[in-house]
Design a protein around this ligand. Structure first.
Ligand SMILES: NC(=O)c1ccc[n+]([C@@H]2O[C@H](COP(=O)([O-])OP(=O)(O)OC[C@H]3O[C@@H](n4cnc5c(N)ncnc54)[C@H](O)[C@@H]3O)[C@@H](O)[C@H]2O)c1
Length: 382
């Protein structure tokens, strides 16, 4: 398979590129380093030292004996994106290339605008490029479970059968996103749905939960192949931050009561899901939607898991609640469906104490790189 990975320098993109390359697929990676420059702007960095993209590619060639083609392209540059798609002629386009942070989009107007401009414009460009020069390619687009928010009903996979005034239809599931970032994903989903209906494109929208873990079969081969591990308040995720806090002796800070629930999955399962979706493409004209997570936890449950794993390793971890900087429901109903990927063959790897211990060991290795200043929540939703 010829596979184009947009955002292939990112947390998920780089492991995805190696995963497909190792399986013999022809991989082309595109990135414009927005994530790296976002960290420079905020004065933060990945805990794991990550190599420059071209060094990663060279290390991969040396270690795996396989080539990954990489080019620095901003996908909001339509002319370059179109010619790249035309020349490479991908079977599959895995699109990770967006600004993925809710707090970043909530800093102020400029960051909200930049997140929506970058994400909506990039995806729109891609749809036009596919329509013009690669109409049979399959788009595998990373959306988020955050598009749905936390409605007081079961969340279906993308669509809802509705009875209204005696008539029925299957319509896109209503969305209640919780940040300007999540809204950018909702706008993308609408644009993709429209392009499938009108131009007959084929797409899979993967509404992904929060991903944890930093090792895959490929990143483990050599430190030069490591992926990023962000723990700061803007780009980091709760589980990463809790691990870092436990190792450096900082209280584990839970926003509000911690009863907010979210879907989660292991990074290895992200690769499995993206591969399963890629090898069984959507039909022409179809926007298929999968809810891509394997289990749901409350923030408090996550904090307790990390606290107990850390204490069993001899750290002195404890949990503290802080004022929630976000505007979100803390006590809510949460029952999202996630059967589509299981039916395609997903074998979930659930969160375990062993995995949290592995993360704690990695944090211990790089703890001298922790910036305390980066941890406290500074971005307010109000
Ligand atoms: N990591 C998660 O927990 C998670 C959860 C749900 C959804 N997602 C989605 O998955 C995708 C990947 O997430 P990630 O955690 O790997 O994020 P990431 O920031 O590490 O990766 C995204 C990559 O895209 C690149 N990029 C952004 N805008 C670009 C542009 N205009 N042109 C070219 N490259 C561009 C960035 O430089 C970065 O390397 C994102 O779309 C994100 O919204 C991630």
């Amino acid at each position: 398979m010829r596979i184009l990975v947009l955002g292939g320098d990112g947390y998920l993109g780089w492991p995805t590129a190696m995963h497909f390359s190792r399986r013999g697929d022809d991989v082309f990676v595109v990135d414009n380093f927005t994530r790296r420059t976002g960290h420079i702007e905020r004065g933060t960095d990945s805990l794991t030292p990550i190599s420059p993209l071209m060094d990663r590619v060279a290390a991969w060639r040396q270690i795996a004996g396989r080539d990954i083609t990489a080019e620095v392209v901003d996908i909001t540059d339509f002319t370059r994106l179109r010619s790249l798609v035309k020349d490479f002629a991908p079977d599959t386009i895995v699109h990770y290339g967006e600004i993925p942070s809710a707090p970043y989009s909530m800093i102020d107007r400029d960051h909200a605008w930049e997140t929506q401009r970058n994400n909506v414009e990039g995806t729109l460009n891609l749809l036009f490029a596919m329509h013009e020069v690669a109409p049979d390619a399959h788009l595998v687009k990373l959306g988020t479970m955050g598009e749905y928010g936390t409605p007081n009903i079961d969340i279906e996979e993308g669509y809802l059968d509705i009875d209204h005034n005696g008539r029925t239809d299957r319509l896109p599931f209503p969305k209640l996103p919780g940040s300007f970032y999540h809204l950018s994903k909702v706008h993308d989903s609408h644009n993709i749905h429209f392009a499938c209906r009108v131009w007959g494109l084929r797409a899979t929208d993967l509404n992904q939960g929060v991903v944890y873990g930093l090792h895959t079969d490929e990143t483990e081969l050599d430190d030069r192949l490591l992926t990023r591990f962000d723990y700061d308040e803007v780009f980091g995720t709760a589980l990463n931050r809790f691990c870092v806090q436990s190792v450096i002796g900082h209280p584990i800070t839970v926003y509000g009561s911690g009863s907010q629930q979210r879907g989660f999955l292991n990074i290895r399962d992200t690769l499995q899901c993206v591969e399963l979706a890629s090898r069984a493409p959507a039909a022409a004209g179809e926007m298929r939607v999968f809810n891509q997570f394997t289990e749901a936890f409350s923030v408090m449950e996550l904090a307790s898991e990390v606290c107990s794993a850390a204490n069993s390793l001899g750290y002195n971890a404890r949990i503290e609640h802080c004022v929630n900087p976000r505007v979100e429901l803390e006590d809510h109903y949460y029952n999202p469906t996630h059967t589509g990927l299981l039916q395609l063959g997903l074998k979930p790897r659930l969160l375990s104490e062993e995995l949290i211990e592995t993360m704690l060991h990695t944090v211990e290795r790089f703890k001298d790189r922790v910036s305390l200043r980066a941890i406290a929540p500074a971005t307010q939703w109000r």
